[in-house]
Write a protein that binds this ligand. Structure first.
Ligand code: CMC
Length: 467
């Protein structure tokens, strides 16, 4: 056994980690046993002097992981990692992010290539099935999704129960969860065919529900989907057309919508995806799981950030006020943060933000918006922040939400719909990750542990004796 000593802490009550390589036989599939080194990490409990060895696992790319699944059984200790900053909660082959280099891959394909050369339904197929479809598979998939876009006619009564001024995300959480009450024939998660139908229904129906949410909020008639349109064209049609006059979808705007959907389709084990996985780990039905993901996405630190960016730009109101807001964002006694900046994983320019910036210029150009005051503020804010030592030192770069709000506003969406559009796009990511988890043979319920800091056991005090 070879031990390389790393990060040793010698104070009593601390643990030392040593990296090692264990040479042993590993069986790879059906082939003969190969003699491959198995990496390990040795943990020394300085309080007792006991040593424990844990396997180190290697993915196809990315950081290695220490397999601590037997940690509690062997040491009687848990790990403590609030916010899961150092925890790989699952194995996944769907999406890979290298936050330092600003790389995002779906099933191995770079987001930049997908955004430029593919379309949203092709990306959906890729995320769900692991490979890009051939022409025949694509045709079949597009037909299936198109045929599932209508929602049960009775769903409209759900909408009518909401106040017209409800936040669209509140309506979406409720109506997506309610799908489970209408589609009983796709709730058996042990049946692969039912899982597939549920996946198709979710990808196809969430956009329809999102458009209905918008129509309800402005008091316009609901618009049915149209099968001859592409996914994104149909979404724009359901959202912006009215029965009184023909609506022609602008191809540049449809392409921009499609690109926005591609850019938001999946993002590894973020808060909402982890929520979907955790909800699904109890074997809850897929519609309930996706509703839980939508609830998590709503928060301003996650999907709600695109809405928050626009509110912030409006508040800044003038380029001359930028330095004051930059100053506030650096002040630890002020809760204000520069929305659309920073990311848990990206410590470099978010690759999605780059494409979003380009798309923003394309859309504003197409719509003839020469001087958008919000875009001017955004560009100047980005320029100043990227030169500021605070943002440089903390590696805070614009994220995907920084420019998306400006595009969506120019396209005619109200601010409150921005996170709904994120949910429309992310549904396929949630569904793909949920499916991957359910199909994992060793899948078990997610159940984190805790570092308890409350009172030890104590005797109950009757009411008349309490002070
Ligand atoms: N403005 C000012 N300071 C910031 C910002 C910001 N936007 N983001 C992070 N920081 C500071 C933070 O105060 C901390 O400073 P210190 O080390 O002195 O305590 C340091 O940078 C590290 O930040 P953190 O909060 O520990 O990082 P995190 O990984 O927990 O948070 C984040 C990531 C995205 C929640 C955070 O950067 C943030 O709140 N950004 C604004 C909201 C936003 O744009 N969210 C969209 C994320 S992308 C879309 C998505 O995936 O949902």
């Amino acid at each position: 056994m070879l031990h390389r000593k790393k990060n040793c802490l010698n104070a009593p009550g601390t643990l030392e980690f040593h990296e090692g390589i264990l040479w042993g036989d590993i069986f790879m599939g059906d082939s003969a046993p190969s003699s491959k080194p198995q990496q390990t990490v040795t943990l020394t409990d300085n309080a007792t002097g006991r040593k424990f060895e844990f396997p180190v696992r290697e993915g196809s790319i990315g950081p290695r992981v220490i397999d601590i699944s037997k940690l509690y059984a062997e040491t009687g200790m848990f790990t403590y990692d609030p916010g899961f900053t150092s925890t790989a909660a699952c194995e996944s082959a769907v999406t890979y992010i290298d936050g330092d280099k600003g790389i995002l891959l779906h099933r191995g394909y770079s987001i930049k290539e997908l955004a430029k050369k593919s379309d949203f339904l092709e990306v959906c197929y890729l995320l769900l099935h692991g490979e890009l479809p051939n022409p025949e598979q694509k045709k079949e998939f597009v037909t299936i999704i198109t045929r599932h876009t209508m929602v049960h006619e009775q769903m409209q009564f759900f909408f009518r129960g909401f106040r017209r001024d409800s936040h669209p995300m509140a309506v979406l959480v409720g109506t997506v969860g309610a799908l489970a009450a209408f589609y009983h024939d796709s709730l058996d998660i042990d049946d692969p065919r039912q899982r597939e139908i549920a996946a198709h229904r979710l990808i196809a129906k969430v956009p329809t529900l999102a458009a209905l949410t918008y129509k309800y909020s402005i008091g316009q008639p609901f618009v049915y989907p149209r099968n001859e349109l592409s996914f994104s064209e149909n979404f724009l049609h359901m959202t912006f057309s009215v029965p009184t006059e023909p609506y022609k979808v602008n191809p540049i705007l449809a392409r921009a919508m499609d690109r926005i959907f591609i850019l938001h389709a999946d993002h590894e084990q973020n808060a909402s995806t982890s929520t979907v996985r955790l909800a699904g780990s109890s074997r809850a039905n897929p519609f309930a799981c996706i509703a839980s993901g939508i609830a998590s996405l709503w928060g301003p630190a996650h999907g709600g950030a695109n809405e928050a960016v626009l509110l912030m730009l409006n508040k800044i109101a003038d380029k001359k006020n930028i330095p004051e807001y930059i100053k506030r964002s650096k002040d630890k006694n002020d809760s204000f943060r520069l929305m659309g900046f920073g990311h848990r994983v990206y410590k470099n320019y978010d690759p999605r933000a780059e494409i979003m910036r380009e798309t923003c210029h394309e859309v504003l150009g197409e719509l003839g918006i020469k001087n958008d005051p919000l875009l001017d503020i955004a560009l100047e804010l980005e320029r100043i922040a990227l030169q500021d030592p605070y943002f440089i030192e903390k590696k805070l770069y614009p994220n995907v939400d920084f420019y998306s709000g400006i595009i969506l506003k120019a396209m005619g969406f109200p601010t409150s719909m921005f996170t709904v559009l994120f949910a429309v796009a992310r549904t396929v990511g949630w569904v793909s990750q949920w499916k991957e988890m359910i199909e994992e043979p060793t899948q078990k319920i997610g159940r984190p542990r805790q570092l308890y800091t409350g009172s030890p056991e104590r005797a109950f005090v009757p009411l008349d004796q309490r002070k």
